[in-house]
Design a protein around this ligand. Structure first.
Ligand SMILES: Cc1cc2nc3c(=O)[nH]c(=O)nc-3n(C[C@H](O)[C@H](O)[C@H](O)COP(=O)(O)OP(=O)(O)OC[C@H]3O[C@@H](n4cnc5c(N)ncnc54)[C@H](O)[C@@H]3O)c2cc1C
Length: 231
């Protein structure tokens, strides 16, 4: 039996190798999408031709999203707790996660590869700053992670239950969850999260998703590339 904390064969590493996202499974193809769009005519095709590509682009251009919902993806995601918090705001995904009520093994913590400065003009944003001497601050973060883990372990040793002891673990604790969504909602997620407005950490995952799914939806990827996006 494979452990959930181990990335699946097809995965992309992110966050300086501390996180990863893998594709567990998918349902449907681009042909499924154009077939769904043409269901009303009662005719199905086995493969895509040029006219189907035009139809697919029409669906994307006009946000005619329901045919896209017939293609579904399941990912396994290893990310910091605060990224999971942002991810789970996407209510159109289905989620399951390793529970810290059941297990205390495999705890690890994210240490940002570089620290960014708080932006002056936007309370949500941060800015890269090469002059920012962050080595000693990163050391403090590592220390804090270690101290939190020690406290957690002490509480467990004293007999405190896992569901309460986990409260002392910091927001940069790594968690692993499965997320399933259809292509329509996945594209919505990518629009919001592979964006300069999104936090760098979740954006890393959005970019990785594009790498994982692009071979399965080559004409969708090409459509967005023509619009100037990187896929
Ligand atoms: C850059 C950025 C900053 C953010 N900052 C904050 C913040 O400061 N505070 C905060 O709380 N959140 C914040 N969010 C989260 C944001 O408000 C959304 O919750 C999140 O992006 C999910 O988007 P969504 O609701 O469109 O996606 P989904 O939940 O996947 O929903 C997809 C679409 O389905 C429809 N839908 C889903 N559920 C409902 C519903 N209950 N009623 C009606 N329509 C529904 C909507 O059309 C929605 O766009 C931020 C998001 C981003 C990208």
């Amino acid at each position: 039996m494979q452990h959930l904390n181990v990335p699946p064969t097809q995965h992309v590493k992110v966050l300086d190798g501390q996180g990863w996202i893998g594709l567990i499974d998918h349902l449907g193809t681009e042909t499924t999408i154009v077939n769904a769009a043409r269901v009303s005519f009662g005719r199905l095709k086995e493969t895509m031709d040029d006219r189907d590509v035009v139809l697919l682009e029409y669906l994307l251009e006009n946000r005619h999203t329901s045919p896209l919902e017939h293609m579904v993806f399941t990912f396994s995601i290893h990310c910091p707790l605060f990224v999971r918090g942002q991810w789970h705001r996407h209510r159109t995904w289905s989620y399951n996660e390793i529970s810290r009520r059941y297990t205390e093994v495999d705890l690890d913590f994210y240490v940002p590869p570089t620290l960014r400065r708080q932006a002056d003009n936007n309370r949500q944003a941060s800015v890269a700053d090469e002059c920012f001497a962050d080595k000693s601050l990163r050391k403090l973060i590592e220390q804090h992670n270690g101290d939190s883990l020690k406290l957690y372990e002490t509480l467990l040793e004293k007999g405190v239950c896992r569901e309460q002891a986990r409260g002392v673990l910091p927001q940069n604790m790594m968690v692993t969850f499965w997320g399933t969504t259809n292509l329509g909602n996945l594209l919505h997620f990518l629009e919001l999260r592979d964006s300069e407005h999104a936090q760098w950490e979740i954006r890393e995952y959005a970019v990785a998703i594009k790498q994982l799914v692009a071979p399965l939806i080559p004409n969708v990827a090409k459509y967005y590339e023509k619009k100037g996006q990187i896929w």
